[in-house]
Design a protein around this ligand. Structure first.
Ligand code: SF4
Length: 397
């Protein structure tokens, strides 16, 4: 069939990653030569194949300005396949709060995402896409590289969807799972995270099953309660939630995760116990094992006690704990744990009847492993500004 053409200068400028396919189609309702049905076909084609269908002038409009530039994509081999970390350039922010006052950051900022290979039980290789919801993070977890940047800004929904689009259609690696475990605390940017998920799960577009998406939180209890309301909606019930636990003793958690001073383990346990569960899937808890910080026998016992609160009535475990050997951040005060310590701690947990899986370390050399995302340059700017020196030759404003 011949392509229908139209003067593209009159086309509405709609970012296909910022709206649902139905909203995209509606924007072309009154556009001669396009209309909602063809516009829907165009956007469906774009999200499914990476190319417009080419049947309307939409495909000749000044395209790609909606897709952030791919700055770098670095790869590293792991026992399960190739890990790829990639950066997208998004608009910067005029003013940013630095430790010593207010300063200026460059016009462009980079999001960081990682494609992680996973070999399943049947030997099938799939990829999990770890996306960022913010540039930097305000949560200040002491073991995390991102925390060193502070929060620069939250990402918009389209900047989150763009990470999926780039992985799938630019790098050619369609992920089976999406986890919000990159830079940022997703519940700190909940409206944009939910909007991005709404776009990603739309069956007329990317059609990512909601059961393949996981939001991971350090425990913003207010955000968890808001998310719980959304998860009660039809179509959202199989969304997964993960807790970055890392310590089950308040004093230890207070020391490494400042959020625990606002909502302690009791409040966190209660919020997670109340969180609606519709699918049969387990709750995911993550535990970054840091030598000398949270790797003692008492720590393991506390985890076992915490997890016991999440048993089902028939006694089955409701929690799967992912044990993650610490990946040292830049200038880390702690090393990575030894293999023997990881094995020993895992055994302690199993003895305490914790259902535990070990997360294999992937992408550590290129700072792409869990807890290692973050822009060193921004961090340096912040440190320089904090001691009152100049930033790029200029006094911070
Ligand atoms: S671990 Fe997550 S929540 Fe904590 S500082 Fe890092 S990115 Fe933020």
């Amino acid at each position: 069939m011949a392509a229908l053409r139209h003067d593209n200068s009159t086309l509405p400028a709609v970012n296909p990653l910022a709206v649902t396919p139905a909203e995209f189609a509606a924007a072309y309702r009154d556009v001669a030569g396009v209309g909602p049905a063809l516009a829907l076909e165009e956007v469906k084609s774009l999200l499914r194949t990476g190319r417009w269908s080419g049947r309307t002038a939409i495909s000749t409009s000044p395209a790609k300005s909606w897709l952030p530039t791919l700055v770098t994509a670095k790869s590293e081999e792991s026992p399960e396949g190739t890990v790829t970390k990639f950066l997208l350039r998004v608009p910067g922010t005029d003013r940013v709060k630095l430790e010593s006052g207010t300063g200026t950051l460059p016009a462009g900022l980079d999001t960081e995402s990682v494609l992680i290979p996973m070999i399943g039980q049947m030997g099938k290789l799939t990829y999990t896409l770890c996306v960022s919801s913010q540039v930097g993070c305000a949560m200040g977890c002491t073991f995390c590289e991102t925390a060193q940047m502070g929060l620069i800004r939250s990402l918009t929904a389209e900047e989150i969807v763009a990470q999926w689009f780039t992985a799938t259609h630019v790098l050619g690696q369609r992920p089976s799972n999406i986890v919000f475990m990159g830079m940022g605390e997703p519940l700190d940017n909940l409206a944009n995270v939910l909007r991005a998920i709404e776009i990603l799960i739309d069956h007329n577009g990317a059609a990512v099953p909601v059961s393949k998406i996981t939001i991971s939180t350090v425990g913003r209890v207010d955000g968890l309660r808001d998310l719980a309301k959304k998860v009660n909606d039809p179509g959202w019930r199989r969304l997964n939630i993960a807790l970055s636990l890392n310590a089950a003793i308040d004093a230890t958690r207070d020391a490494i995760m400042p959020i625990n001073r606002k909502w302690n383990l009791d409040e966190l346990r209660q919020a997670f116990q109340e969180f609606p569960r519709y699918g049969g899937g387990k709750l995911m808890f993550e535990y970054v094992l840091i030598p000398g910080v949270n790797d003692s026998e008492a720590d393991a016992r506390a985890v076992a006690e915490f997890v016991q609160h999440f048993r089902l009535a028939d006694g089955r475990h409701r929690v799967c704990l992912n044990l993650i050997p610490y990946n040292p951040r830049r200038n880390s005060p702690w090393p990575a744990p030894t293999e023997e310590r990881v094995e020993w701690f895992m055994q302690q947990l199993m003895d305490g009847e914790v259902f535990v899986k070990r997360r294999r370390t992937k992408g550590r050399t290129m700072m792409g492993a869990c807890g290692q995302l973050g822009n060193e340059q921004i961090r340096k700017r912040q440190v320089v500004a904090a001691v009152g020196l100049t930033v790029n030759g200029q006094q911070p404003a």
